[in-house]
Design a protein around this ligand. Sequence first.
Ligand code: ATP
Length: 909
Amino acid sequence: MPRDPSTVPARCWHGIDPSAVCSELRTGADGLSEREAADRLRTCGANAMPAASVRGPLRRFLSQFGSLLIRILLAASAVTAALGHWTDAVVVLLVCVLNAGIGFLQEGRAERALDAIRGMLAPQATVLRDGRRRAVPAAGLVPGDAVLIEPGDRVPADLRLLRARGLRIDEAALTGESVAAAKSVESVALDSPLGDQASMAFSGTLVVAGQGLGVVVATGAGTQIGRITSLLASVRTLTTPLLEKVGTLARWVTGSVLAGAVLVFALGVLVRGHEAAGTLMAVVSLAVAAIPEGLPTILTVSLAVGVTRMAKRQAIIRRLPAVEALGSVSIVCSDKTGTLTRNEMTVKALATASGLYEVDGAGYSPRGGFRQDGRPLADPGEVPDLDGIARAAVLCNDACLRRDGGGWRIEGDPMEGALVVLGCKAGIDPDELRRLFPRTDIIPFEPEHRFMATLHHGHDGTAFVCVKGAPEQVLAMCERQPRDGRAELGDGTAPDAALWRSRVVGMASRGWRVLAIAWKPMPAGRLLLRFDDVEGGLSLLGLLGIADPPRDEAVAAVARCRSAGIRVKMITGDHADTARAIARDLGLANPQDVLTGSDIDRLSDEALRRTAPNVDVFARTSPEHKLRLVRAFQADGSVVAMTGDGVNDAPALKQADVGIAMGRKGTEAAKEAALMVLADDNFASIVAAIQEGRTVYDNLMKAILFLLPINGGESLGIVAAILLDTTLPITPVQILWVNMVSSIGLSMALAFEPPEAGAMTRPPRPPGEPILSGFLVWRTVLVSLLFLLGIFGTFHWTLDRGASLAEARAVAVNTLVCMEVFYLFSVRYLRVPSFTAIGLRGTPHVLAAVGAVVTLQLIFTHAPIMQRFFGIGTVGIDDGVAILATGAALFAVLELEKFVRRALFRRRD
Ligand code: ATP
């Protein structure tokens, strides 16, 4: 039976010695075995908070009646009932229920789609199982698991720390304290409050610095945060600024309809002297005809379809506003490593005191050798400085090389993996070397200081430190004298700075990432490493040139951005020359001018706003520079998408219009700050998402442009009938049938429209662009008038041929639906011709919608019960031909309109 962890009293793990904690939980610093973890998961249950109760189906259904449009329809039903028109009242009521039903089902589907996508973002944790590092879903953690934490991680469960190295944790989520708490492994007094329990890392808090290893002591609802909140607040927002704008539009339309209805009623009764009850009925039909009932549902579905499509293209939307913001992005700021480049690193060359060497071999295969001046080296181990740099590269390193089927796989950072491969090529056995010189301490790599240092001890008592990092950093450490004057321990000889710097530039201009490696002996008794130990007095071992070629798909995606009027900016921590060479390979607009982090520091905000837009490459930057750059671009009027992965990238991601976190190498902190997460860390996926964002907006516009003129045409028909004192060509119930069955059915197909061919060859949409653009108003008026003409024309044509009113109405309704079908094919392409092979072929969604509408329309027209209920007569063959001809005429007129507009537009260009 799974035990409810919340019923287990909290232990005072913070006051117990780490070894006692381990023995009590039957675990150790190597973690549990996979089998034991699986057994414990069965008994303890998943490490998850109980989900908050979601809105029940009844509440969701009832909430559909909250919309203004539906309320007006309900009022219309009440009015018709009061006037004794029972059939109409019941039909209007049925329509409300049907509308709510469709809304309920579609929104349910949309919510489920969004939930499924949220599930794809389940947090991960790094654990040691059977002594090996593994990434597992945080929900699979059990008491006793050994968990590794590093900056940017959300602590996945309550941990008793076994190791802490410079570890600082932001516990604001738990204690409200905004200053990050320093952590250590020493037990603290049993009665310490949560904020003072330095030996613990609590679930839900954020690691801001250092590294730590802890053993899980509580999971899920049993954690401290679980005890406080116990329910996981679920964020279910189905609204975005655009949806709100559309909501305003819908309210505006409704308000105008009501005002118009009152006016028409007054004119009808007071000026034309009609009888009040009859006019009221006609005015009710006006309201029913003019209100775009289906609009809110279609918009929600369009967004959900967009989100699902983006997920298929590896872009996971965390918050819906990202979808529409993506459509108007004008600048994409991207990291280089792993996003624009492949992150498959290979050491291509090394430079040591004895000369320059090229490295053979491809990928992560440890096979390959070294050449000097084109001649292979028989035994690299014989060249002492080559052997020395390779050993240091393997020791100052956390990555492992593993066999994977027939190939090789890296566990850990790909660049460090490339160094392990280099070591193997130099004849070193990495595991053996790491056993011979165990590591006692580490200064982990942080982008802020750009180096990593490790302290090692030989079994003969010797101690030394290995350092690798950005060449500027490491060369400075070699040139500087040690602060404590312990020069006698290292040779401390300052390298020939000019020579090494020219070598760095030589390697970097080939697009290689350059890494410098150095070392320094240490006093034998030293077990801890401090920053000032490596500040100076290091001996340079040499440089490594590491290739990380651009992704082919990124090159293509950059070209697509250029044609779509989107400027790509590369913001990297790498060397300026490396960045410039990669930017050239990628085809960025201006690869030549590079601004470095220190250049940015020298510029005022205003100067940066003027300079940055013309520069596409930013090198040696830190996360603070990213934030300043986003602000500068935004101040210049751009809509900015920005990528990031580290904990310190969070402010820039939040500031950007679309913050994009990396799904694979990104920290939890970055993912939480972002609106979108890239599942494959690939730049091309950003561009795919932008295309989908533009498509969602297009499809929303198409749906609006489809519905408004139809409603406009219907209502103009009624207004004309009242004011000209003629018979209504279509009755309110018939209009409701059309609105509910064909309008919604057909317009729903528009939510699934694929991207238009020109979606990525036009400039981004201006962010503040109102929905009611001049184009939209013009089209709505034009098409409304065409619908009016079609409906009235066929109605009177049929009457003039001696048909009954019921028959003429049948023809008018069918003309309306037929024109809708033709109009659907026209509106699928807003600006370009629809009369093309692809345009006429439609999509499966369009064909299914048309098929369903035609079938229902045949039943509506020919089934006796429907004829009786809706008050229509039979439609003859010649009527059918006229109906089809009217639809085709509408299509032809609109094709002509597109042609003329394009000709005018082009001339203006
Ligand atoms: P971006 O992903 O933003 O393009 P980047 O990954 O190229 O940036 P950083 O990770 O900030 O840049 O690295 C900056 C520099 O720090 C690198 O050019 C390299 O010289 C050095 N560096 C990177 N990783 C390590 C590491 N693990 N150990 C030591 N030095 C490193």
